[in-house]
Design a protein around this ligand. Structure first.
Ligand code: GDP
Ligand code: MG
Length: 298
């Protein structure tokens, strides 16, 4: 009898193999200090990857002469699936009078990671390639309600061709819904005017209507207006909520009517993590590699 050949199970095979090996993902957070980067990372993964108040203890009197690049790695597990997560933090960004000193070291770091990958690809033994490339960059925009600052535009212009840029409006609980709506429009106008390629979650021809709808909803929230919270708020009756408390009420992190946190997390972790990695490998890294080879006459 002509039963199915069996290749329709290929996606499952890939899945099982990946589960055994575990997944790996690296993303970067960039934005002026105090915009809630560390808090949002903790909120995204529901852990304290950043110990509370770490920065305050280590504060030194001297100002660093350049943006620091710090990487934190953590192995996390959920329902038997392992994820090795690396967060690349960039304290000091925006603290300089000369913009170049802010985006320069970050671009260098991203390219150095491409170089490390390229070196390994060129080796005879390519069995154990370690991928430290940055798969996404969350760019935190200050909730001013005006427009992008020159530094925001400069950073995004310089980095867009090298990394998946995901703009977020930081601390959006400090703005009204109306202000957020207008601010988003202005940001998108600026991004279009300057031809900045931010990351766009793709839709495919054979996607089912549900997936297409989900994608549309994600796209409609960009730039994501986010809220981070490092502690739960007790709302009585044994119920706890992640959010920020105001005299007039609570802004909930996990409520889609209150902010875009859920949609950002969905894209970054639940639906587009593999897409972000693929785009990094096939488009962004490839274009870097090609430019580099041309440069060296290869
Ligand atoms: P970072 O310097 O960008 O890493 O910022 P932190 O995560 O250290 O946060 C700086 C301060 O902002 C802390 O006091 C946080 O509690 C507060 N914060 C973080 N996220 C939010 C947010 O979404 N809304 C508000 N209102 N405050 C926040
Ligand atoms: Mg921080």
């Amino acid at each position: 009898l002509n039963g199915p050949v069996g290749f329709s199970n290929l996606p499952n095979q890939v899945h099982r193999k990946s589960i055994k090996r575990g997944f790996q993902f690296t993303f970067m957070v960039v934005g002026e200090s105090g915009l809630g980067k560390s808090t949002l990372v903790n909120t995204l993964f529901n852990t304290s990857l950043y110990p509370a108040k770490e920065a305050k203890i280590e504060l030194s009197s001297e100002t660093p002469s350049t943006v620091e690049i710090q990487a934190i790695s953590a192995d996390i597990e959920e329902n038997g699936v392992k994820l090795k997560l690396t967060i690349v933090d960039t304290p000091g960004f925006g603290d300089f009078i000369n913009n170049e000193e802010s985006w320069g070291p970050i671009l260098e770091n991203i390219e150095a990671r491409y170089d490390a990958f390229l070196d390994q690809e060129n080796r005879v033994n390519r069995k154990r390639i370690v991928d430290t490339r940055v798969h996404a960059c969350l760019y935190f925009i200050a909730p001013t309600g005006h427009a992008l600052k020159p530094l925001d535009i400069e950073f995004m212009k310089r980095l867009a061709g090298r990394v998946n840029l995901i703009p977020v409006i930081a601390k959006s609980d400090t703005m009204t819904d109306e202000e957020i709506k207008n601010f988003k429009n202005r940001i998108l106008d600026d991004i279009a005017t300057h031809n900045i390629n931010i990351y766009q979650p793709p839709t495919y021809e054979n996607d089912d209507p549900e997936t297409i709808q989900e994608n549309k909803e994600i796209v409609s929230r960009i730039p994501f207006a986010v809220v981070g919270a490092d502690r739960d708020i007790d709302v009585g009756a044994g119920r706890k909520i992640r959010g920020r408390k105001y005299p007039w009420g609570i802004i909930e992190v996990d409520n889609e009517e209150h902010c875009d946190f859920i949609k950002l997390r969905q894209m970054l972790i639940r639906t587009h993590m593999e897409e972000l990695k693929e785009f990094t490998n096939e488009v962004l890294y490839e274009s870097y590699r090609t430019a580099k080879l041309a440069e060296s006459g290869g």
